[in-house]
Design a protein. Structure first.
Length: 924
């Protein structure tokens, strides 16, 4: 149960912030200051924005999806969830993309022009240095374009991420609604593990995947624009470098397509693994009792190895595309500048600087954003196809004869056992349930019907006992009345509200009282009477906190009979006209069953229509109507007396399908084959004492005697503070030996050393040419030293080789670390005590194996590779600057201190928020 309600949280400060605050993100500062002082908890969060409400987003997308389904049926085409999503969110998303393109063109592409002009101003000896107005204007242009990128690009990117979040919220809402409407036949084609994986992994990608999708079309346009500017600088040789860069585009496209195939394979393998984990967690008590941890561990290990095989290939592809970031722009620069020199031109510092700056833009666009866009589009398409397949599963169709609810329901409020007081109100006078010529089956492809030509009429104030052998169709009849199974033919008319007690008792994590109320308002008199009639008073005395005792999904510390009675009390507490009780007496002792039948069903619900499915023959004499089902057909309908007079042997019918010989002989021992009530009651009592769990009950006490001290619910723990270096060391060491780690470090440092060395050598080459230019009047007479070209070529070849080896080795190590982490976590979970499972919901445990492992498998390696690459790149830049001009070290130290404090200020709050998000995801 949630510890808080969203409406109780404070208003989101974004709703009342002014445009400047929104642009500068000032509305987030109070949260950051609060997070700097202490650890944030759920009460520090804010309400979601109105535009982010799941009911609003889900309604919009559901409406568009219904229109898409209707349109596809008219045209005979397959519906598309992507089209429905674009119809709702596409226009806003496209407008943000156009703004992003304008920012890219006018801000980022303008920076190299201003920088080149500024360098040219000081490099050209013929420029008049006395009037520096032009230089100041160029410098102002650099500052404004840089500031514009910060203040305009980031709010735009936040808007794009918000759009992705809206799509995620809307689709999550649709999946949840769809799960509630799935038919029984559709449930065969899906699993809870698949639904968890859809919400936690497939939908979870939409927040970030939409961020770079616009570069699918921005990238090619930016290439044409940048090519024009480079052509203005170095002429035809610019086409050589651009051609080299374009050669990698089809490679990236192929890798994106391959990623799509592997992503689908990964998702299917993850579905299977999560399904296995869900079954293991649900049946952990049986697994531990029979010591089956190792066999089930082998099953999970096999599924995990299949999953990791696909993930490893995906990570290798990402590693290759990540290596492109390192060397594509450098190869393009090398091709253009060497071509420029070989064509007989003189390479100046201005041209080298401008060309390098423009290729730097293309590097970010075409080797960072464009590949990410290709991969994310491919993965998003796979996710949408999987979600669409789920959304197209069969639903429980609404009956053509809708349920007619009574205007007012008689309220049962008396605590008198002998005479239950009824507040007289308007009661439904029509028959409670009318079934005419009903046929239905669970499997549409099966030739046999689960219900065949059933015609029944259940009137108000009747207790109807439905009996029959195993597989006769009793539960199917209840499910059909509920609308969970659509009739193949015939009709069902249900007049009045319905309450249902399932055959298999179920509980959710919360108190016993919450399980009984099930969201209904607390009516103390009705609640106490319900508890009394369901024989729960003595149980509440025995429980440590009475009805405030917290029980888990498995009903910790509760017997089967206690769970069955709580399940029945939940249905009885809800005031309804019709009560459908699917074998609620099967898990209780005979004397408890007698109490439930006499006090609850016969007396407490005497003014309601009660349909009771049962195998307890001793109660049939007091039923108003007996319905006997066999093989989906109605064998007999009538009162107990009419059955006796007709000589129908329904005792033999009940025991003819699956009961053991001893039980059958006990009933057939009667001379006339009919039920003698006294003798049968004794025999059924002996039979149930062997089959059912013992439930200690009493009806002599009241709920008020229960302790009023509320227990504390076990909350999910979370780490606090910074992530220690030991965790990083453990992560990397679990993927390989120290020698492997040392080789990887050498490759990472070596790749950056060659990259920075190439940049430094380019500056050396340009300075060498500039020095020659001062010695020779005619620049055309200057000959480039071939050795310089050879060295520059060797450096670029080395960058390609080392960068590729680095990526392969890193992602292979990350895959091994991920596998080791999963295996260790599985072993730890299966070896822990049952207390852990009884106090933690299965969703909380399953979330570690689904969402969190998905982050470790795919997101963490990519992020860590980016961190290592960016850190080494910054270090390389600082070293090169220090070599060129040592005074830059002072500015670097100042900037390092500033950014270190900014990083610490941000990360402390960010970590807490991410941890809170992970905890709330356990509800999935």
């Amino acid at each position: 149960m949630q510890s808080f309600k969203s409406d109780e949280l404070p208003e989101n400060p974004r709703e009342s912030s002014n445009p400047l605050s929104a642009m500068m993100f000032c509305f987030t500062m109070p949260t950051f200051f609060k997070g700097r002082k202490r650890v944030l908890d759920e009460s520090d969060l804010f309400r979601a924005l109105k535009e982010h409400k799941s009911d609003l987003m889900g309604h919009k997308l559901s409406h568009a999806w219904e229109e898409e389904l209707a349109k596809s049926r008219r045209k005979g085409k397959e519906p598309s969830l992507i089209r429905a999503t674009i119809r709702v969110f596409g226009l806003h998303y496209m407008m943000l993309g156009i703004l992003m393109f304008l920012f890219e063109v006018f801000l980022r592409c303008s920076q190299p022009l201003f920088l080149g002009a500024l360098v040219s101003y000081y490099a050209d000896p013929e420029t008049d240095k006395t009037d520096q107005t032009t230089a100041f204007l160029y410098a102002l242009g650099v500052i404004l374009t840089s500031a514009g990128s910060v203040f305009l690009m980031h709010p735009n990117m936040l808007g794009i991420v918000h759009t992705g979040m809206k799509v995620r919220v809307a689709i999550c809402s649709m999946i949840y609604r769809k799960a509630l409407r799935l038919s029984k036949s559709a449930m065969v084609n899906t699993t809870s593990g698949q639904m968890v994986n859809l919400i936690s992994n497939d939908v979870g990608r939409l927040d970030t995947s939409v961020l770079h999708m616009h570069f699918i079309w921005i990238g090619p346009l930016e290439i044409f624009l940048v090519t024009y500017f480079i052509y203005q600088e170095i002429g035809a040789s610019s086409l050589i470098g651009v051609a080299v860069m374009l050669l990698f585009v089809p490679i990236q496209g192929y890798m994106g397509k391959k990623t799509s195939v592997l992503r689908l394979r990964t998702a299917l393998c993850t579905d299977e693994r999560v399904r296995l984990m869900n079954e293991i967690i649900s049946g952990i008590q049986v697994i531990k009792m029979y010591a089956w941890e190792i066999p089930f561990g082998k099953m999970v290990d096999y599924a995990r190895r299949k999953e990791m095989k696909a993930i490893r290939y995906v990570n290798y592809i990402r590693g290759i595309m990540g290596s492109f970031i390192m060397f594509i722009s450098r190869i393009s620069i090398f091709s253009s500048l060497v071509g420029y020199v070989l064509l007989g031109h003189f390479l100046t510092a201005e041209k080298a600087f401008v060309v390098t700056a423009f290729y730097g833009l293309l590097r970010i666009t075409m080797t960072v954003y464009f590949p990410m866009a290709v991969a994310q589009v491919a993965e998003t398409l796979v996710s949408f196809r999987r979600i669409q397949k789920f959304m197209l599963l069969d639903e429980v169709k609404m009956s053509e004869n809708p349920i007619v609810k009574s205007k007012m329901i008689p309220a049962i409020v008396s605590e008198n056992d002998k005479s239950v007081e009824i507040i007289k109100t308007n009661v439904v006078k029509e028959p409670g349930i009318v079934i005419q010529n009903l046929t239905a089956k669970w499997n549409p492809e099966s030739a046999e019907y689960n219900l065949d030509n059933v015609t029944l009429e259940f009137k108000p104030k009747q207790l109807i006992a439905v009996i029959g052998p195993v597989g006769a169709g009793k539960s199917t009849l209840i499910q059909t009345i509920l609308g969970e199974l659509q009739p193949s033919s015939g009709s069902i008319t249900v007049n009045g509200t319905v309450s249902y007690a399932s055959q298999e008792p179920w509980l959710f994590t919360g108190t016993v009282r919450q399980n009984i109320l099930f969201g209904q308002p607390m009516d103390k008199k009705r609640y106490n009477l319900t508890v009394k009639k369901c024989a729960l008073e003595r149980d509440f005395e025995l429980l440590p906190y009475g009805d405030k005792t917290i029980v888990g999904e498995r009903g910790a510390s509760l017997s089967g009979g206690q769970k069955a009675r709580i399940n029945l009390a939940r249905a009885v507490y809800r005031q309804a006209d019709i009560y459908l009780l699917d074998d609620p007496l099967s898990a209780v002792d005979t004397h408890v069953g007698r109490h439930l039948f006499d006090q609850c069903m016969r007396q407490y619900l005497r003014d309601r229509t009660v349909v009771l499915v049962t195998h307890q023959l001793q109660f049939l004499e007091q039923a108003d109507v007996i319905v006997i089902l066999d093989k989906g057909q109605v064998r007999a309908v009538g009162t107990y007396e009419s059955m006796r007079q007709s000589g129908f042997d329904y005792a033999q019918l009940l025991l003819s399908n699956g009961d053991d010989e001893e039980q059958q002989n006990e009933v057939l021992d009667k001379s006339d084959g009919r039920i003698d009530n006294d003798r049968d009651a004794q025999k059924m009592k002996r039979q149930n004492s062997r089959q059912r769990q013992i439930s200690v009950t009493s009806v002599a006490s009241t709920v008020e005697s229960v302790q009023e001290v509320a227990p504390k619910q076990v909350e999910e723990s979370r780490e606090q503070g910074e992530i220690g270096w030991k965790l990083y060391a453990k992560y990397f060491s679990s993927g390989g030996s120290y020698i492997t780690l040392a080789i990887m470090v050498i490759l990472c440092v070596g790749a950056q050393a060659f990259g920075s060395g190439g940049d430094y050598f380019l500056s050396y080459w340009v300075n060498k040419n500039e020095n020659k230019a001062h010695e020779v009047e005619a620049r055309a007479e200057i000959q480039t030293d071939p050795v310089d070209i050879y060295i520059f070529s060797a450096i670029n070849v080395a960058i390609v080789i080392v960068a590729m080896l680095r990526s392969f080795m890193f992602f292979n190590l990350a895959s091994k670390s991920s596998t080791r982490l999963h295996n260790d976590m599985f072993v730890s979970v299966t070896r822990t005590s049952m207390y852990f499972f009884n106090t933690n919901p299965s969703g909380r445990i399953l979330n570690r194996f689904s969402k969190d492992m998905g982050q470790v498998d795919e997101i963490l390696p990519q992020v860590m590779m980016d961190v290592i690459q960016i850190f080494l790149a910054l270090l390389g830049i600082v070293i090169v600057l220090a070599i060129v001009n040592p005074w830059y070290i002072l500015a670097t130290v100042i900037m390092f201190v500033i950014f270190y404090f900014l990083r610490s200020f941000y990360l402390k709050t960010s970590r807490d928020v991410k941890r809170l998000e992970a905890i709330r995801l356990s509800a999935v």
